[in-house]
Design a protein around this ligand. Structure first.
Ligand code: ZN
Length: 113
């Protein structure tokens, strides 16, 4: 399950940030994750809950913002929501599309005390 190693690196990032700010606790952590980032949200939530025990993130409120994947069609310029990578344009059925967002995985904000 690679969600476990992702959770570990998210916690490392938060710990490093907190150390820089001389903070004792991280109160809130906002993550932004695309629906095509290849992550199972439930597994990641579980992994985070497990990994944060015993760290300064033990009582942190973790919010995961799911970014819906969107693509743009080169043929008709339609922007549409993508469920699977390489979905055809729902309007003209073209495969000539470009992914606009949905693969991101980032720490959006951190609140420390
Ligand atoms: Zn199209």
């Amino acid at each position: 399950m690679h969600e476990m190693s992702i959770a570990e690196s998210i916690i490392e990032i938060a710990e490093e940030y907190a150390a820089k700010e001389n903070a004792k606790v991280v109160t809130e952590l906002d993550l932004s994750i695309g629906t095509l980032a290849g992550i199972e949200f439930e597994s990641l939530e579980f992994a985070l809950e497990t990994c944060k025990n015993g760290t300064i993130l033990q009582n942190t409120i973790i919010n995961i913002d799911k970014v819906k994947a969107k693509a743009k069609c080169f043929d008709c310029n339609l922007e549409f929501e993508v469920e699977h990578l390489f979905d055809a344009c729902p309007h003209c059925k073209s495969y000539s599309t470009q992914l606009l967002c949905g693969k991101e995985m980032q720490v959006k904000s951190l609140l420390v005390d």
